[in-house]
Structures are given as C-alpha cells and as structure tokens.
Design a protein around this ligand. Structure first.
Ligand code: ZN
Length: 349
C-alpha cells in the first residue's frame, strides 16, 4: 500500500508540474531589449542640448534607476539612468484595482538608453502574471489604456547588479542635473555642465548611495563622535540617527559642476569639481563628496559633518567614516559603478 500510494503521488506531481509549465509559457511576460540604435536612443550624449539634459523630464529617483513613466494612457517611456548596461530586469506595474503584474521583461537596456513603447496589453497580450505567478487578465485596458494616475512602476531581478540597485530603495533622492553657470561667468565657482560631467555624476551618486545605505556605514556613523554646528556639542545617538535618516531621505539634488573649489553643497544644491568627477571611480577617497552632503543636510564648517575634527588625536567626523567605509567598498569590489562596467571609459581619461 505504501509503495502504491507513493507511485500515485509521483504521477500526480508530474502531471501538475507539466500543466503549470504550460500555463506559464502561455502568459510569460513580453521580452524587450533597448540595446541598439534601432530600438532605443541615448540620453546625456555630447551632442544633446544642455536644456534637455537638465530638464525636469530627466529627473529620476535613485531607487528607480530603470525609470518607467507614462507618456499617455497607452504608452510608456523606459529609461536607464545608470552609466552601465542592465540585463534581465522585470518591470512590475501596480494598477489600481488590479494589484501588481509582471508587465514585461528587459533582456538588455543600454547605459543611459531611453525608449517609448506601447503597453504590452495594448499591443496584443491579454494575460499577465502577478508577482507570485497568478494569472491576471488585463484585456479590459486594450482599447482604453490606463489612466496615468492609476498605475505605478518598479523593477526587479536577481542579477548581482540589480540586487545592489534594489538596496538603494532606502534612498529618497530625486536627482537632476543643473547648469549653475550658463554664461560661463569667471567670477563664480561654477562652470557650465557638460554631458560627460552628467554621465560621470550619475555613477558617483550610485556609488555614494550604496555606501550610505550599507549597514557598515550606518553602524560606523552612529558610533562616531559627531559635533554639531556650535563646534562643541556632541550629538546624541538619537540625533545621529536623525541625521543619518536626513541623508537617506534628502528629497532632491540638483547636481552641477564647480570649479576653483572641490565641491559646493547646501540644501538641494550639490556640485563637484572635475577632479572629483574624474577620480571617484579609481580611488577610495570619499571625504569631499560627503563633506558636501553634510552641508546639504544643514551642517556648517564648525561641525565635523563637513571637515573632520581631531578629537583625542584621532581625525573624527563623517568624512573619516566615509573614507574608511569607501576603502572597504573599493577593495571589496562592492561599488555599483566600476571602470569595468562604466560604458564610456574614455570619460575618465
Ligand atoms: Zn564646505
């Protein structure tokens, strides 16, 4: 009896498995690629107008580095704001009243590629899979499309690079690029921003972001003695937790190119000099970049949230913490953007 029951279970199990595979094949998400000049164009190239590169339409959230946005009820625009190619991403859509579906898969999207496309349900596909592989019928939207206010997007995947990018969900940074010196005025510390600056900057923000969200950085920062804007009072643990949270949830950075000084920061303004944009990818320093973030979250030069202070003969503050953790990331190959995956190595020459 035992043997017979076992055999029946095996047969039954096999049958169910076959059925499931068949269903999945029938509703498997559409697969697209944005990997050639024929199926996509590139943002932030040398011939692109600065007004376009710095426009609001080019703002992106660092947590949504593959940005999907609605064009109208039937069309979307898919853009990669990372300076490297991304493969095997699944685009998820949450539609009001329908839950979350796997909208389509991207086999490959080029660095800084952008492309508009019709929704797959407008283009012939009726059945989609939910995140947990249940069938969802979207044929009701075939002719009407979807109200842009009733749909939102996300991306997922299990490659190493996508898993790193997903860690950035803890950041609320909206990033856009800004020309602080359109007339090339020699009497300020800014210079006109160029496409190459934006391309490099896009990588710098990813690498800085991955350090901030790491538990290593968080723990080291919370242990560090941080002095406030009066130059003497040490922040309490609760105050340091708030500062850490302020960094992660900083809502906006308008990123520009400065000159004469290494960096400029405050509020939503964030600028770095050419040698910073050029050097971050091949050095383990992080003191300048984080100094400006200290300004952005409200600290002045009397606080060691900008320049370090020597306390008991030890260089103390957010800059030494960042430099220490940066070294670990650099030597451990933990950064997101590297000279190996950055799409235009000549940008760093
Ligand atoms: Zn400063």
């Amino acid at each position: 009896m035992i043997k017979k029951g076992f055999a029946l279970l095996i047969v039954f199990g096999f049958f169910v498995a076959c059925n499931e595979d068949g269903d999945k094949e029938k509703v498997s998400p559409k697969i697209v690629s944005f990997d050639t000049d024929q199926n996509s164009s590139l943002m932030f190239q040398d011939n692109e107008a600065v007004a376009v590169m710095t426009s609001d339409s080019r703002a992106y959230n660092i947590a949504q580095i593959i940005r999907v946005k609605t064009v109208d009820t039937k069309n979307i625009e898919v853009s990669n704001f990372a300076p490297f190619d991304i493969e095997n991403a699944t685009i998820l859509a949450t539609i009001e009243g329908k839950g979350q579906v796997q909208l389509f898969k991207i086999k490959k999207i080029r660095a800084h590629a952008t492309q508009s496309m019709k929704y797959p349900f407008v283009d012939g596909t009726d059945l989609f899979l939910s995140s947990d592989n249940k069938e969802i019928d979207l044929s009701q939207y075939k002719t009407t499309g979807v109200d842009p206010g009733k749909i939102s997007f996300d991306f997922t995947g299990d490659s190493e690079i996508i898993l790193k990018l997903k860690k950035l969900q803890a950041l609320k940074w909206t990033i856009s690029y800004y020309d602080y010196d359109p007339n090339n005025d020699p009497n300020n510390n800014w210079e006109p921003i160029k496409a190459k600056d934006i391309r490099r900057f896009s990588g710098l923000m990813l690498n800085m972001g991955i350090v901030f969200v790491s538990d290593k950085f968080k723990q080291a920062f919370l242990k560090e003695q941080i002095i406030g804007n009066d130059g003497t009072t040490a922040l309490t643990l609760a105050e340091k937790e708030k500062v850490y949270n302020d960094i992660l949830t900083h809502s906006r950075f308008y990123c520009g190119k400065c000159t004469n000084v290494s960096g400029l920061g405050g509020g939503t303004t964030l600028g770095y000099a050419d040698y910073i944009l050029n050097g971050y990818i091949s050095t383990d320093e992080g003191d300048i970049t984080v100094h400006e973030i200290g300004h952005c979250v409200g600290f002045n030069h009397d606080s060691n949230m900008t320049y370090p202070k020597t306390i008991n003969n030890v260089s103390t503050g957010i800059s030494p913490v960042m430099t220490r953790i940066n070294k670990e990331f650099f030597s451990g190959g933990l950064f997101i953007v590297t000279l190996q995956n950055y799409y235009k190595p000549a940008d760093f020459q």
